[in-house]
Design a protein. Structure first.
Ligand code: HEM
Length: 236
């Protein structure tokens, strides 16, 4: 392949990384808003969460979006691996004068490690709830209308309940560590994605950096607060 072809294809890969990364940020916001219903106490909270889960698994448009999410995760990972292998090949040796720690953040140089922590989190997380919801026998909630719907609320509550799950504390720790990984990954990834798609102007860079910082702190913090809260309220 010609040199310009390689450049073009690695540029295209960077675009795909940015596009899939930004799409996954949108997914995270939607997923967070749905999961925040776990803070609603009592029967209303249980009903709201279970009806939301039913809608998310039965609505055809949402099903398509779910597949776009799974494909985006796979694409993002494959692209990251190919890009870093290509970069290593193009720059086989570190220059003696090159001192990366002096001019870049640790997280920007270790996106692969952070991505791997997040991947482990996602695999464990999907086996905790998603696999159960889709392939396992589920507890059911009987509605006033006589209809029975899957009780995902009970599955999530029990998972973080130390009286029911002896590994609940370890689960909370894993979810919090996963969110720290997401914070560090997003902190660099968010602004890097905007640069890749060409939003790179002195007037906007400060705003994008501020937005990126706010997003990368607030979203993982809100996610992490869910298992911590569910554990604490059920501890007594
Ligand atoms: C920490 C709080 C979180 C809770 C309580 C939570 C809860 C859930 C539940 C109950 C499901 C199953 C829903 C279903 O199958 O309809 C699910 C699915 C999923 N979660 Fe989470 N989640 C959390 C954080 C995250 C994070 C941080 C990520 C990504 C980094 C993530 C990625 C996913 C994915 C990709 C699915 C499958 C979505 C789909 O099928 O459309 N979750 N989550």
């Amino acid at each position: 392949m010609s040199r310009s072809g390689i450049l073009k294809s690695s540029l295209a890969k960077k675009y795909w990384m940015a596009a899939t990364g930004l799409f996954l940020c949108v997914f995270l916001v939607g997923h967070l808003l749905g999961n925040l219903q776990l803070f609603i106490a009592g029967p209303e909270g249980k009903l709201a969460f279970n009806e939301y889960a039913k809608f998310m698994t039965s609505n055809p448009a949402v099903n398509i979006l779910s597949w776009v999410t799974y494909l985006s995760i796979v694409f993002h990972i494959v692209d990251a691996i190919v890009l870093s292998v290509n970069n290593k090949k193009a720059r086989p040796q570190n220059y003696a004068y090159n001192k990366p720690s002096a001019n870049s953040y640790w997280n920007s140089r270790n996106m692969g490690i952070l991505g791997s922590v997040i991947l482990i989190f996602i695999i464990v997380h999907m086996s905790n709830f998603w696999a159960k919801m889709h392939f396992d026998e589920m507890p059911m909630q009987l509605l006033d209308s006589g209809e029975s719907i899957k009780d995902l609320h009970k599955v999530v509550m029990d998972f973080f309940n130390p009286a029911i799950n002896s590994l609940a504390l370890a689960a909370v720790a894993l979810y919090v560590i996963g969110q720290i990984g997401i914070f560090l990954h997003l902190h660099h990834g968010f602004q890097s994605a905007f640069q890749t798609v060409g939003v790179n102007h002195p007037r906007y860079n400060k705003i994008i950096r501020g937005l990126g910082l706010a997003f990368s702190v607030l979203v993982p913090l809100a996610f992490a607060s869910i298992p911590v809260y569910l554990y604490i309220i059920q501890m007594a």
